[in-house]
Design a protein around this ligand. Structure first.
Ligand SMILES: *Cc1c(COP(=O)(O)O)cnc(C)c1O
Length: 442
């Protein structure tokens, strides 16, 4: 059953409408595939985090993990909502700076920041680096020293907490490419080393226990371990953490059976856990930072496709192909992710058949949804797939030289183009034919 949320509703013509705009009109104006973002819902999610932290009395920063969906207009919304921004590459940093995002609210993540990326970020005067490993520490320190700048750092630790989630997207356990391990003493050593580096200021520690998490226990455990570590480090190394960053990973509802908690419940569990564990140790209460990505933009995004061909294999399966696929949504192929969809142009008609939605790439694994109940599907119908706002456009590719879709924000009956559909020129824009081949062709 398609789940209507945010400003999505079915209008009098029986068509899906988002942000007060008929999806049929959107496809006529912008073509398909098309990413449609419910701007009011994005802002609502931002405010749920900010309001919940305000109510807690803690100092805080809510940093949107821009990797979920990083384009200039999105950075603008995040800035307007008073939040901070995580970047993990020069490209994301460049996007944020070009959007005019306040540099002091940008945090730089990643397990392999290049010296060029570090220079770019220091030159921009970003707020903080989240240091991931021992190789990074001296490089960051020496570049900062060369530039006569002091940089703020959080040290990313792996607290050994496993969130219940798909194994490909979990990062909190000991065997991880990310962070300094708490259990084997690496985290302790990292604080010791970083505190000796004169161009770095340790703000505190960071932990991210996974993604698409539906319970609070993992965050509570992480807060407890971080607090124990903070107490040890303060008494033995005389380093006091002013910031505790507990990462992102708050789950959303993609399909029935996914049961995310309200944002305020996650935030309360986190702030309560930090308060209990730090105050019981007589430790000055740190600021709390979090980094939601998926839960800010995931359910605000819907992808509209046009139905093309069908292939009915009697007694086996009926394939319905759409004009996109793994190029705009690689998550089913990568993680077996599930999605819900509706025929947007005939949203009130009863289901008549069970079909599977295929993409148009030359790849058998290019499937979007298995066994979906729909009215009798016809060529030209519009298929709306919900909850495609996070890690879809961000992971889109040009495989098969398919042009990346356009993206629109809809709100109060208006649609604004925020990313143009790629052109044929864009597709070949970086191709170069060497002189010798040009001549050989004449
Ligand atoms: C991916 C990631 C996030 C955001 O995760 P979501 O599941 O999208 O909320 C936050 N912090 C770090 C370090 C990450 O790698």
């Amino acid at each position: 059953m398609y789940y209507l949320h945010g400003t999505s509703q079915i209008n009098d013509q029986g068509r899906l409408e988002i942000g007060g705009v008929d999806t049929k009109k959107l496809t006529e104006e912008f073509g398909t595939p098309l990413f449609v973002y419910d701007e009011a819902l994005i802002r609502q999610r931002c405010r749920e985090y900010v309001d919940a932290f305000r109510a807690s009395g803690f100092q805080f920063q809510v940093a949107y993990a821009s990797k979920a969906f990083c384009v200039k207009a999105m950075c603008r919304i995040v800035a307007e909502e008073g939040m901070s921004l995580d970047v993990v590459s020069d490209g994301e940093l460049y996007t944020a700076l070009e959007a005019g995002f306040p540099a002091e609210r940008i945090h730089f993540h990643g397990n392999n920041k290049t010296p060029e990326e570090i220079e770019m970020a220091i030159d921009a005067k970003i707020g903080c680096f989240v240091v991931d490993n021992f190789s990074e520490l001296p490089v960051l320190n020496s570049i900062a020293a060369e530039k006569r700048q002091n940089v703020n750092v959080l040290l990313r630790i792996t607290p050994g907490v496993e969130a219940h989630t798909h194994e490909f997207i979990s990062t909190g356990q000991t065997d991880s490419k990310f962070g300094f391990d708490l259990g084997n003493g690496s985290a302790y050593k990292a604080v010791e080393e970083a505190s000796k580096l004169s161009s770095l200021t340790i703000l505190g520690v960071h932990s991210h226990i996974g993604s698409q998490i539906f319970e609070v226990e993992g965050f509570r455990m992480a807060a407890e371990r971080v607090a124990d570590f903070a107490v040890q480090v303060r008494s033995e190394l005389q380093v006091t953490f002013k910031v505790i960053n507990l990462g992102g990973g708050f789950g959303i509802r993609y399909v029935e059976g996914h049961t995310p908690l309200p944002v305020a419940v996650y935030v309360k569990a986190i702030t309560d856990a930090v308060r209990e564990n730090f105050s019981s140790n007589d430790y000055p209460l740190p600021a709390i930072w979090v980094e939601p990505g998926r839960s800010i933009v995931g359910d605000a995004g819907t992808t509209l496709y046009t139905v093309g061909t069908t292939k009915d294999i009697p007694g086996v399966r009926k394939y319905v192909a759409v004009d996109g696929g793994m190029t705009d949504n690689p998550r089913p192929a990568l993680y077996d992710s599930e999605y819900e969809a509706v025929l947007a142009n005939r949203a009130t008609e009863p289901a008549e058949e069970v079909v599977s939605i295929a993409g148009k790439c030359c790849e058998s694994g290019d499937m979007l949804i298995w066994d979906l109940s729909l009215p009798k599907v016809e060529n030209g119908d519009i298929l709306a797939v919900s909850c495609t706002g996070a890690y879809n456009y961000a992971m889109a590719s040009n495989y098969n030289r398919i042009r990346r879709p356009a993206v629109v924000f809809v709100k109060d009956g208006h649609a604004d183009l925020i990313v143009k559909r790629e052109s044929y020129k864009d597709i070949i824009g970086n191709d170069v034919i060497p002189e010798r081949m040009k001549q050989a062709n004449q």
